[in-house]
Unconditional design. Structure first.
Lengths: 277, 274
């Protein structure tokens, strides 16, 4: 009985199935090599980081020098944090596109077939990708957000315009909200990339979903349908989380972004398991 | 001398039949990949369904608006605005028409078959422009009629009203020019993600950045000469405020950008290794 049961696996007797954590570790290691060894995955984030920090610094500089020319009402409305993070949507697009590329690069080169042959547990592959891309996005977002904040506020204080410091009310929460928003955009990009599998389609979807669609939808007068859909677009959820002025409050906005990530993750996992590579 | 005997029979091939052969091979490549029909149907869906949604959603807001707001209401632009989203699909198609071939390596086969590279690029642009123009013009008219019927009884336009025919056919031309711009950027960049990022950056992100970083009278006046901003004036019926350039001048400005990109693309495709 036992001999018969062992027979089919006899050739691999020495290779007892590896423990789960080992397999996970190997998958993570493989994904990490793929993530760090692509030149474009090093250069693009670097350039994007420099660009988004530079753009926001020059916008802040312009606003800071113009501050003394504002009238009393405008001075009262001056928002040092809002001025600083006017261009967060640039970062969002960068993260969305990079996340998409993490997935679609492999489909473009055909490497995905090797990956899935080496690790047939497709859910594990996706999880490892998501963990690493998420961590990388988080680290990059921390760098971008905090550098932007410190340069921006330094410029404002240099120009004797109102400025805030890290310990002030809501400031740290605002910065962490930005980091969360960027990380979520990266993961939305990653899972969209797994779903559509082509760089062109994924990047187009990112620009459409994250920027053009919400801007277009804003021009429509709210009716029964749009009032319950438009606020749930990622851009509006992010806005809501950071400015908390209308409708939703920060808590639901945080949950809403998480829901986008989780629903797309589930869809990506299903499609990766169900489809031929 | 006699070593070249093998090429003698080819001497007689006339330019027009060579152009026709290149155009035919470009047409085969265009229609046989999935991205063509996919991108064009996404464009059609966005423009036509968008026109209905925008018309329907703006009917109420028009009736509730102030007299000044009602006077400034542009029924043509209102229903054709979805083009701002649809241009992403046409742009992606334009980029892919070129970069797809670089990604698969087919470009080497193409250039072996037709070493006249300028001819390849010209015919590809021609085939692309004709197909995209025909589809986009048809969908602009469909979107216009559907959108106007959704707008009424609020202020709506007939096709015979002044400026309307120009605006609706201008919409098709705008999308075609965006597609061509995308195609030439694709030739310059040769990588799908890079070319897409460059295109969307120029069309969507640049105007916002430009106006916010260096504000002032000069940049505000220059703002309407950005490729996307200038071209979008094509499908406005009323030209006032930020959209004072007019339909044809706006399209002309966009066409000038396309011409510059085309010049660079032709220069580089002749010079570079494939």
């Amino acid at each position: 009985m036992s001999a018969r049961a062992a027979a089919p696996g006899a050739g691999s007797a020495g290779h007892a199935p590896p423990a789960g954590y080992r397999r996970a570790g190997a998958a993570l290691a493989a994904e990490w090599i793929k993530l760090r060894s692509l030149r474009s995955m090093l250069l693009t984030p670097l350039l994007g980081t420099v660009a988004s920090i530079g753009v926001s610094a020059s916008a802040v500089r312009h606003n800071a020098t113009g501050y003394s020319h504002l009238d009393a009402v405008q001075k009262a409305q001056f928002d040092p944090l809002g001025t600083n993070f006017n261009f967060v949507v640039l970062g969002i697009l960068l993260f969305g596109a990079l996340g998409a590329l993490v997935a679609t690069n492999e489909y473009g080169s055909g490497l995905i077939r090797t990956t899935l042959a080496a690790t047939p547990q497709r859910g594990l592959v996706l999880a490892a990708k998501a963990v690493l891309a998420g961590l990388a996005a988080f680290a990059l977002a921390v760098v971008i957000v905090f550098t932007t904040f410190f340069t921006g506020q330094a410029i404002l204080s240099g120009a004797h315009a109102p400025h805030v410091s890290l310990g002030d009310h809501y400031v740290l929460a605002h910065l962490l909200g930005n980091v969360y928003y960027m990380t979520a955009a990266g993961l939305i990009g990653l899972f969209t990339g797994v779903l559509v599998r082509s760089a062109a389609a994924a990047i187009t979807s990112m620009f459409g979903l994250l920027l053009v669609l919400p801007v277009l939808a804003d021009k429509i007068t709210p009716d029964a349908v749009t009032r319950h859909t438009v606020p749930y677009l990622p851009l509006n959820l992010g806005d809501e989380m950071l400015h908390h002025h209308q409708g939703l409050s920060p808590g639901p906005a945080v949950a809403g972004l998480a829901a986008w990530v989780l629903v797309l993750a589930a869809a990506a996992a299903l499609s990766l398991r169900g489809r031929d590579a | 001398m006699s070593a070249q005997a093998g090429t003698v029979p080819h001497r007689g091939i006339r330019l027009d039949s060579r152009l026709r052969a290149t155009a035919r091979s470009e047409w085969i490549k265009f229609r046989s990949v999935r991205s063509g029909p996919l991108a064009l149907s996404a464009t059609a869906l966005t423009v036509v369904a968008g026109a209905w949604l925008l018309g329907d959603a703006n009917r109420g807001s028009y009736l509730a608006a102030s007299p000044a707001g009602q006077a400034a209401f542009d029924p043509v632009f209102t229903v054709l605005q979805a083009i701002e989203l649809a241009q992403l699909f046409v742009g992606a198609l334009g980029v892919l028409t070129v970069t797809g071939e670089y990604a698969s390596g087919l470009i080497r086969g193409t250039f072996v078959a037709t070493p006249q590279r300028a001819q390849v690029l010209a015919m590809r642009a021609l085939v692309f422009a004709v197909v995209v123009w025909a589809c986009c013009t048809a969908m602009s008219f469909a979107a216009f009629f559907l959108g106007q019927s959704a707008l009424s009884p609020a202020k709506h336009a007939g096709i015979g009203d002044p400026g309307v025919l120009t605006a609706v056919s201008g919409a098709g031309l705008y999308l075609t020019l965006v597609g061509l711009l995308a195609m030439f950027i694709g030739v310059l960049v040769r990588h799908t993600p890079g070319a897409l990022a460059a295109l969307f950056g120029i069309l969507i992100v640049l105007p916002v950045l430009f106006l916010s970083i260096i504000p002032g009278k000069i940049t505000q006046n220059l703002g309407e000469y950005m490729p996307g901003q200038a071209g979008e004036q094509a499908f406005h019926q009323l030209h006032s405020g930020a959209y004072a350039l007019g339909s044809w001048p706006g399209l002309g400005v966009l066409a000038a950008y396309v011409a510059v990109a085309a010049f660079a693309a032709f220069a580089l495709i002749l010079k570079r290794d494939a």
